[in-house]
Design a protein around this ligand. Structure first.
Ligand code: ZN
Length: 341
C-alpha cells in the first residue's frame, strides 16, 4: 500500500472545511453554507438559515431532544477567519497541508473550524449509535465574529429565532493550551474601541481594557476631557463599548458547570479556568442571560490563533471529538431544572 495510511474521515472533513476561504475582508460564506447544508443532510438533521444582515446568514442545525420542552444545549461556532500574511506561512494557508507529524496547517485550524467539525463528528457518532437525549441540541454557525460580531451574533441574539432556541447552556470557542491542561473560559474582558476624530481627519482606533464599570465611567470622562482640551471640532465615537460584566458561574450552584466539569474529570482532563483575554461571541450569549463556556479542546498545542502557521495536530483534533462525544450527552441529559419540568 506504499505506506500510505487511510485518513480518518473526520480529519478529511476538517481539511475540506479549512479549504473554504471564509477569510476577511470578503469571506466566501456561500461556500461554508453549502458545506454545512450538506452536513445537515448527511446527519439527517433539519437546517435553518436566517439572514440577519444582507449577505450575512446564520445556519442552525437542530437535533431535537426526546423532551423538547426542556431548555436546549447550544453548540456555537463562527465560520469566518482572519486574514493571512501568506509570505510568513510555510504552507498555503488554505490548502490544509498535513505534515509528517500530523500537524494540519490552515487559517482557522484553531480558530475555530476544528471545533465546528468536532461538534459535527461527535454528533454523527452519537446518532449512528442510535442515541437520543432529553434536551434538544442546536448547532449555530455564525458569520463575522472576527470583525466584532455586530453583523453576526450581536444581531442574531435580538431575533425571535434566537429566543425560540430556548437555550439552557452554551458552548463556544476557547484557546489552545501548550501544557497538558485544557483551558476553559467563563467570562471575557470588555472591549472598548474608540475612534477619535480631529478636524474631519479619521483618527485611529485603540482598544482599551478595564475591569470594572466604575473604572470605565471614569475613563470615558477622561476621553471627553482630552477631546475638550484639544480644542474645537474634536469628537469621539465608540465602535464597541462592552458594558456587560456577565460571567458564567463555575461553582457547584451551576448544574451546567457541574456536569461539564465532572464529565471532564471522568475523562481525566485537568481544567484551567480563566477569563478570556479578548472578546468572542460568547459575550452576546451571556449578555442575554444564558450561561456559556468557552472551550476548544486543544491541549499540548501552542496558541496560534490569528498567528502565522496556525496548525492543529490531527491526534489532538481526534481526541477533541471524543471529548465532545462525552460532553454533549452529559449536558443534554442534565435533569430538569427549577421551573423547567
Ligand atoms: Zn474565534
Amino acid at each position: 500500500m506504499g505506506g500510505q495510511q487511510e485518513e480518518e474521515p473526520s480529519v478529511r472533513l476538517f481539511r475540506e472545511y479549512l479549504r473554504i476561504r471564509t477569510v476577511h475582508p470578503q469571506p466566501h460564506y456561500d461556500g461554508a453554507i453549502d458545506f454545512l447544508e450538506r452536513l445537515s443532510v448527511e446527519l439527517d438533521l433539519p437546517c435553518k438559515k436566517i439572514e440577519v444582515c444582507p449577505g450575512r446568514t446564520i445556519v442552525i442545525i437542530t437535533w431535537e431532544g426526546t423532551d423538547p420542552k426542556l431548555k436546549s444545549i447550544l453548540l456555537n461556532s463562527h465560520t469566518d477567519v482572519v486574514p493571512v500574511f501568506e509570505e510568513h506561512w510555510k504552507h498555503d494557508p488554505f490548502a490544509a497541508v498535513k505534515d509528517q507529524q500530523g500537524n494540519i496547517y490552515g487559517r482557522g485550524a484553531q480558530d475555530m473550524k476544528c471545533v465546528t467539525i468536532q461538534y459535527i463528528e461527535a454528533i454523527r457518532k452519537l446518532k449512528s449509535e442510535g442515541k437520543r437525549f432529553p434536551r434538544t441540541i442546536h448547532l449555530s454557525f455564525i458569520p463575522d465574529e472576527e470583525i466584532g460580531g455586530q453583523t453576526g451574533m450581536a444581531t442574531f441574539v435580538k431575533h425571535e429565532e434566537f429566543r425560540a432556541l430556548n437555550i439552557g447552556f452554551g458552548l463556544d470557542e476557547g484557546l489552545a493550551n501548550p501544557g497538558d491542561a485544557f483551558t476553559v473560559f467563563y467570562g471575557e474582558r470588555s472591549v472598548w474601541w474608540v475612534t477619535v476624530r480631529c478636524q474631519g481627519s479619521p483618527g485611529h482606533g485603540s482598544r482599551f481594557i478595564t475591569n470594572t464599570a466604575a473604572e470605565k465611567l471614569a475613563f470615558e470622562e477622561q476621553i471627553q476631557k482630552w477631546c475638550q482640551d484639544a480644542g474645537d471640532g474634536v469628537q469621539y465615537e465608540f465602535q464597541q463599548k462592552g458594558m456587560d460584566q456577565q460571567v458564567t458561574s463555575i461553582d457547584k450552584s451551576n448544574p451546567w458547570w457541574q456536569t461539564f466539569s465532572s464529565t471532564c474529570q471522568k475523562l481525566d482532563m485537568t481544567l484551567q479556568c480563566e477569563i478570556f483575554p479578548a472578546a468572542t461571541d460568547s459575550r452576546f450569549i451571556r449578555a442575554m442571560g444564558y450561561p456559556a463556556i468557552g472551550f476548544s479542546p486543544m491541549n499540548q498545542t501552542p496558541i496560534l490563533l490569528h498567528d502565522h502557521n496556525e496548525f492543529l495536530n490531527e491526534r489532538v483534533f481526534l481526541t477533541g471529538i471524543e471529548i465532545y462525544r462525552s460532553l454533549i450527552p452529559a449536558l443534554a441529559t442534565v435533569s430538569p431544572l427549577e421551573g423547567e419540568a
